[in-house]
Design a protein around this ligand. Structure first.
Ligand SMILES: [Zn+2]
Length: 462
């Protein structure tokens, strides 16, 4: 532990200039955030012309009808236009908030509201929680029209929207309610750890974040998801039998098998699993069950169980711990840095003793460029995992010595194509756009991968 702390102090020493030099951090944040927005717009402009192609890629030509292809191109074009507009709109909002001292205003306002109830500045944690909610609530209002447009105009136009205005408002209120219920104790504990551990906060905070993530793995699907969707046990029948037998052969600790009414809000479809190492639950969207045959849904599940077999969720969690550690290791230099707060228009008295939460949020803004790189790296890892899970499904028959699974690759391919066509997903993708935005390989890449796993297997047999 002492070695860790001496290394962390070394990092802090290297960054000591942050707490004394009068750097114009506001200007830096403006330049960097605009650079990121312009880069994302550039990616959209690279991708845009591909929506005007009149023929699907050769590998897909046999599987997608001309009318579906045309519809998916139009949908992609509309989504790209919307993404371009909303990217600029959000960036303008953020820029205005940073330029005109919105963060400082939120802090002072939270203090003023507390003062009305007789609480002074000595209640820093209470003020911090008020500050976060004020910031979150006021800044989310101007982006509300974007989600209304996306749901009721864009998705509606292509027949995906199943949300009624009443459900939309109920979801929004539930979302806010859940944020208050979860975020309040989280922030309270987060800030208490800083107060209590002082400069030795890194390992304690890491342990706390990990514990919180693990608790959410259990709480989210059991408590939060049911507030939005109905999970019901999958009806007995061919699909249930197939999945139970597959899980049994792989020794997957399946406790519950659910069908979820994803179609209540949208016709996009999917399947996933969750739970603790000794008790797992599988959830399948009703839309997936409706559009694919039981043996194809089984292949989708074989892919999902590949994620479990290769410990992908655990590996992702480990990667995210490294990410969190990097953020915490860099933070101490910004924790007691009056010039940072001063450059974002905080009053002198507040800047002299920076409140932890304020320092942390400003530090997060300063980290924006690093986060863009982290997300590219995370996507690369995730795409590798997808490839590995596809291979797992294709090689299942060897693993389980079950001849009935010899066509698993074909079935998975058919299910992926059906999912893709029904969701009108983009078929022509620019590589740079995809590297930045996509956590999954493109459909063409996956079909090619499946084909090569199959042919390698056959060669081995000969
Ligand atoms: Zn996957």
């Amino acid at each position: 532990m002492d070695f860790l702390h001496s290394q962390l102090r070394h990092v802090e020493g290297q960054l000591a200039f942050v707490s004394v030099d009068p750097i114009d951090w506001k200007f830096y944040v403006q330049v960097i955030s605009w650079a990121v927005t312009l880069f994302e717009s550039y990616l959209l402009l690279r991708q845009y012309p591909l929506y005007s192609k009149t023929e699907p890629p050769a590998a897909l030509a046999a599987h997608i009808s001309a009318s579906d292809f045309e519809k998916s191109q139009k949908y992609g074009k509309d989504k790209a236009k919307f993404a371009l507009f909303s990217g600029f709109y959000k960036q303008c909002l953020d820029s205005i908030m940073v330029q005109f001292g919105f963060y400082a205003w939120s802090w002072t306002s939270a203090g003023r509201i507390m003062g009305k109830f007789g609480y002074g500045v000595e209640y820093e944690i209470t003020q911090s929680i008020g500050f976060v909610f004020l910031l979150f609530f006021v800044s989310s209002l101007p982006t509300l029209p974007l989600s209304v447009y996306s749901t009721f105009v864009l998705e509606e136009k292509y027949g995906f929207n199943k949300t009624s205005p009443g459900l939309f408002v109920a979801d929004l209120l539930k979302g806010w309610g859940i944020s208050v219920v979860l975020l309040t104790p989280f922030l309270w504990a987060f800030l208490h750890i800083f107060n209590w551990a002082g400069d030795r906060f890194v390992p304690w905070l890491m342990a706390f974040i990990l514990a919180f993530q693990l608790i959410m793995v259990v709480v989210y699907p059991m408590v939060i998801q049911p507030l939005f969707n109905k999970l019901s046990p999958l009806a007995a029948g061919e699909l249930r039998t197939r999945i139970e037998s597959l899980a049994g052969k792989l020794k997957f600790p399946l406790t519950h098998l659910y069908e979820i009414d994803g179609s209540k809000r949208s016709s996009h479809s999917n399947a996933y699993f969750f739970g603790l190492p000794w008790s797992k639950h599988i959830v399948i969207f009703d839309t997936l069950i409706q559009q694919s045959q039981p043996d194809e849904v089984e292949a989708v599940l074989a892919h999902e169980l590949g994620h479990w077999y290769h410990l992908h969720p655990t590996k992702m969690l480990a990667v995210s711990q490294i990410h969190v550690f990097t953020i915490f290791a860099l933070f101490p230099a910004f924790l007691h840095a009056p010039p940072v707060l001063a450059s974002f228009d905080f009053p002198k008295a507040v800047a002299a003793h920076p409140p932890t939460i304020v320092a942390f949020l400003l530090f997060q803004m300063i980290l924006t460029p690093l986060e863009a790189f982290v997300s590219i790296g995370m996507h690369a890892v995730s795409r590798h995992f997808e490839w590995e899970a596809d291979r797992f499904a294709c090689e299942l028959q060897d693993k389980l010595s079950d001849e009935k699974m010899s066509d698993m690759g074909d079935r998975l391919g058919r299910a992926l194509i059906a999912l893709h066509v029904k969701n009108l997903s983009t078929v022509w993708v620019d590589w740079l756009y995809s590297a930045y935005h996509h956590s999954h390989p493109t459909l063409t890449e996956r079909l090619k991968g499946i084909e090569s796993f199959q042919s390698k297997r056959e060669k081995k047999k000969l």
